[in-house]
Design a protein around this ligand. Structure first.
Ligand code: F6P
Length: 353
């Protein structure tokens, strides 16, 4: 009987518990393995902690809460001091008598876990999760869809209040160095301006676009979605005093628009922050989580290791972790069809250089 460990690492996102549920279910029912949860990612290995997991462990009148519960029941750490304790963490894996490990993480955590598994000679399978959608070699990750829906819901609400007061609403969204969240939610939420790290823009361009909306189309409000990692514009008046992260990207863009409009535009800023990481996972995220969890267990049963489960062309496949990490973080291609679509619908997105 195999003893399988599972851990969640890096920033949480909706759908992690659904992965845990799928892994426990499939591993215990199909393969009769024992599954233990490692709390707080590598810290749990370091401290040699393992929690036995059973599919009926959280029984609430027969209701299985894990499928639709946000966050992670195992806890997670974002920036631990893992690299200072590599040998003890590897020893912890063996002390816990694990035969295999499933790690659910984004590109940062998977880089560290890949180093540990290769040095420790672990049997290891990775499952990609992140609201940033920046893990390479996979078209889908756990958590992104729910975050996009959360932002679109916020944009719906902000549009009505912006329209009622003739305001420009700047909405700052997460995504780290990648613009996937801003791009997807901006299109789905009908944003007038979308600023992402991958595409340079000018403040003049933003202001001219807002003026055109007003003068040509009679629009008295506008929605600007700005990725937290968007660039500082070359023609910025506050540059370089307004450096990230000392000034939030949304606030920075608001100040710039105020300046270029001679304070004639009424602007408000909404920083959505960690609201984007919470909530009940969407149906799509539950589906991805369930499919990935099952596939990861099957890969281990097949004797495979150092692979990540990935969604490619409508299939779930195994990709060597090394190949995934070689192209992560995976950024938005500035010429992709989503950018072209947004531009065709007269959304200002800056200039592809
Ligand atoms: O990587 C996920 C993410 O939510 C990013 O979009 C964001 O920049 C970061 O994590 C926030 O991290 P923390 O939870 O440490 O504030």
């Amino acid at each position: 009987q195999k003893r399988l460990g599972i851990l969640t690492s890096g920033g949480d996102c909706p759908g992690l518990n659904a992965v845990i549920r799928a892994v426990v279910n499939h591993a215990t029912l199909t393969y009769k393995w024992q599954v233990v949860g490692i709390p707080y990612a590598t810290r749990g290995l370091l401290e040699r902690k393992a929690i036995p997991l059973s599919i009926h462990g959280l029984d609430l009148r027969g209701i299985d809460p894990l499928l639709n519960m946000g966050g992670t029941i195992l806890g997670s750490i974002n920036k631990g001091d893992t690299l200072a304790h590599v040998d003890e963490i590897i020893a912890g894996y063996h002390a816990l008598e694990l035969d295999a490990l499933i790690g659910i993480g984004g590109d940062g955590s998977l880089t560290i876990l890949n180093q540990l598994q290769s040095q420790g000679n672990w049997q290891f399978i990775a499952i990609p999760k992140t609201i940033d959608n920046d893990v390479g070699k996979t078209e889908r990750v756990v958590g992104f869809d729910t975050a996009v829906n959360t932002i679109v819901d916020a944009l719906n609400r902000l549009t009505f209040t912006a329209a009622s007061h003739d305001r420009v609403m700047i909405v700052e969204v997460m995504g780290r160095k990648a613009g996937h969240l801003a791009l997807h939610s901006g299109i789905a939420g009908g944003a007038d301006v979308i600023l992402i790290p991958e595409i340079p823009y000018s403040i003049k361009g933003v202001c001219e676009h807002l003026a055109e909306l007003r003068d040509r189309w009679g629009r008295r409000f506008a929605i600007v979605v700005a990725a937290e990692g968007a660039q500082i514009a070359a023609d910025s008046f506050s540059h370089p005093s307004c450096e990230k992260p000392s000034c939030g990207m949304g606030q920075y863009i608001a100040d710039e628009i105020r300046h270029c409009s001679n304070d004639q535009i009424d602007i408000r800023v909404s920083v959505l922050g960690h609201i984007q990481r919470g909530g009940i996972p969407s149906a799509l995220d539950r589906l991805i989580a369930t499919v990935f969890g099952k596939a990861a267990v099957d890969l281990l049963a097949d004797g495979q290791s150092a692979q990540m489960v990935a969604w490619q062309n409508g299939q779930v496949v195994a990709v060597p972790l090394e190949d995934v990490l070689a192209c992560s973080p995976c950024l938005v291609d500035p010429n992709n069809f989503l950018v072209q679509t947004a531009r065709s619908l007269s959304t200002y997105m800056g200039n592809i250089t």
